[in-house]
Design a binder for this molecule. Structure first.
Ligand code: SF4
Length: 319
């Protein structure tokens, strides 16, 4: 199991034990030095998500939460944990949204996994494919632009999710970004010299003011998310997206993975640093700086929104 055991335990020939109850441990947190058995890991994980939702005011009575469900591990864990947290709360509704970007040899399996999970949890699922909104699959848009495949994919997927969330009457759009994703994104923006994007990422409402985004897993590491998914049986072996290898994120993930291993807590410090900067930036911002895009009406801080700018550059005018 991920993270189980320490050199000391192995040297003594004994199994590590849960720091809470003394049963065999399945997870060791290198940041807090705590061992968890399966039961205490699951309750600690779900309590952590509840705390993030409460402290950040992410969900309240009357909310319809649209959960972006790719079928991969992070989004599957997100739907599972939100379903458990809100299953007895009739004032909060969940709906799952799946975007099929059209990536041959990859998306078929993850879309099928999303459909199975939503059906098991009895959460209504809406699926939409890129061609329905943009006229082409990602595979048709990428040739000759492989180095920016993830940028095209991410920009169009965000628009697709916002469109679907609005059609479903959602008041919140939840994504499965975890601590690793958030710290990687912060570092990628620094590496690109894109400080504005780094800060804007956390400015409330700056990107999608009509359907606020929430990230309930943002303070949990990928190891923790995967461990939870394995214990709850929602993490399945799935193929890897063929465009991953072109992404800057792959190198940043490797670099930060090494840093986190050598200096536990690095990922959290990167995220906390970004939040501090963003707080100072937002405090001095004029909300009038965000205006409707003249083409599609979505909020933008530039002349055209990012999606319409991209669609223009791809020769596709408007979704
Ligand atoms: Fe899209 Fe890149 Fe993720 Fe593949 S790896 S699904 S192209 S963002």
């Amino acid at each position: 199991m991920a993270g189980a055991g320490t050199g000391k335990d192995a040297a003594e020939g004994s199994l590590p034990l849960c720091s809470v109850c003394g049963k065999p441990a399945v997870y060791f947190s290198r940041v807090s030095g705590t061992h968890f058995c399966d039961t205490h890991f699951l309750s600690w994980f779900e309590d952590s998500v509840r705390t993030t939702i409460r402290d950040c005011g992410m969900v309240g009575p009357g909310d319809t939460v649209a959960v972006a469900l790719s079928g991969g591990k992070d989004s599957s864990v997100l739907l599972e944990v939100l379903h458990r947290i809100f299953s007895d709360d009739t004032s909060v509704k969940l709906v799952a949204l799946t975007i099929d970007e059209g990536i041959a040899g990859y998306r078929e399996d993850t879309v099928a996994a999303a459909e199975r999970l939503a059906a098991r949890l009895r959460v209504p699922l809406r699926t939409i494919a890129f061609p329905d909104l943009f006229g082409k699959t990602l595979d048709e848009l990428v040739p000759g632009r492989e180095q920016v495949a993830c940028s095209i994919c991410g920009t169009l997927r965000r628009r697709a999710l916002t469109t679907l969330a609005r059609e479903e009457g959602a008041t919140k759009l939840a994504t499965g970004h975890c601590l690793d994703d958030e710290s990687q994104s912060a570092m990628m923006n620094y590496l690109r010299g894109d400080l504005t994007r780094t800060l804007a990422r956390l400015s409330p409402g700056a990107q999608d003011s009509f359907v606020p985004r929430i990230k309930p897993l943002r303070y949990l590491s990928e190891r923790e998310v995967v461990t939870y998914g394995m214990l709850r049986n929602v993490v399945l072996p799935l193929p890897e997206c063929p465009y991953t290898r072109f992404a800057l994120r792959a190198d940043v993930r490797k670099m930060l993975g090494t840093m986190e291993y050598r200096y536990p807590g690095t990922l959290m410090k990167i995220l906390q640093g970004q939040e501090k900067l963003s707080g100072k930036f937002s405090a001095g911002q004029d909300s009038a700086a965000v205006t409707p895009c003249p083409v599609c009406g979505e909020p933008t801080s530039g002349e055209l929104c990012a999606t319409c700018t991209l669609l223009d550059s791809l020769g596709i005018r408007k979704p």
